[in-house]
Design a protein around this ligand. Structure first.
Ligand SMILES: [Zn+2]
Length: 228
């Protein structure tokens, strides 16, 4: 089988320059390579993470991206953890009451098993409530050519990184931080202030249990000590 000399001579070095002297820039081959790649293997997937505090519009942003994909006639499957049944078991509903259909699953393994082979886009809400296995699951889905969009809280009620979100953010191609408005001073808010005393990290609730606060107005220790 003949070897395409152009591809051989234009192998880039780690610094992005062609190996052979005087050769055209390697990017001149990009369209041809892209066409060849399209024939050989399925298109590349990617992982997008939308994160922020409570009331930051994470779920609205997830739903917006899902609706754009649907307009583009792509096949979408949406998931949410079964722990979150505030409004509906089979819908993803934002605080602003915008909703899309979703499948409630109990863990990451169950989610992976329900993704259909022909699905283009996998949307996952409340990703912080999934087990650590979700990191490997979404990595596999992206490797299989799917676009995976996850929304979740980046910090818990004490302002600590909320696993598995840090790992998801690390492996994502794109991370979007959305911010709420601080209920105390009106600044951009990045934290979720818990308003009632409870020891567990997971306390599912809405405006009766939490409000958005900026870094200056956030009082994690007061809540932990019961002094709010
Ligand atoms: Zn504030």
């Amino acid at each position: 089988m003949p070897v395409d000399e152009r591809l051989v001579s234009h192998v880039p070095t780690a610094y992005g320059r062609a190996v052979s002297g005087g050769a055209p820039h390697p990017e001149s081959d990009v369209p041809a390579r892209r066409a060849a790649a399209a024939d050989d293997k399925p298109r590349t997937g990617l992982i997008e993470v939308v994160c922020g505090s409570m009331f930051s519009g994470k779920t609205e942003e997830l739903i917006r991206r899902v609706k754009r994909a649907l307009f583009a006639r792509q096949t979408v499957q949406a998931f949410k953890p079964r722990i979150d049944d505030r409004y509906a078991k089979t819908r993803i509903v934002s605080h602003g009451s915008i909703a899309i259909d979703a499948i409630a699953v109990s863990n990451s393994e169950s989610l992976e098993g329900r993704v259909a082979p022909d699905t283009d886009v996998v949307a996952i809400d409340e990703a912080q409530f999934f087990d650590r296995g979700i990191v490997e699951v979404v990595d596999r889905l992206a490797d299989a050519g799917k676009r995976v969009i996850l929304a979740g809280l980046d910090q818990d009620y004490l302002g600590r990184p909320f696993p598995p979100m840090p790992d998801l953010m690390a492996i994502a191609e794109e991370v979007t931080k959305v911010r709420a408005v601080c209920t105390m001073c009106g600044a951009s808010a990045s934290r979720s202030q818990r308003l009632i005393q409870a020891g567990a990290t997971v306390l599912v609730g809405g405006s009766e249990s939490y409000e958005a606060r900026c870094r200056a107005c956030f009082r994690a220790r007061d809540v932990a000590a019961g002094a709010l």
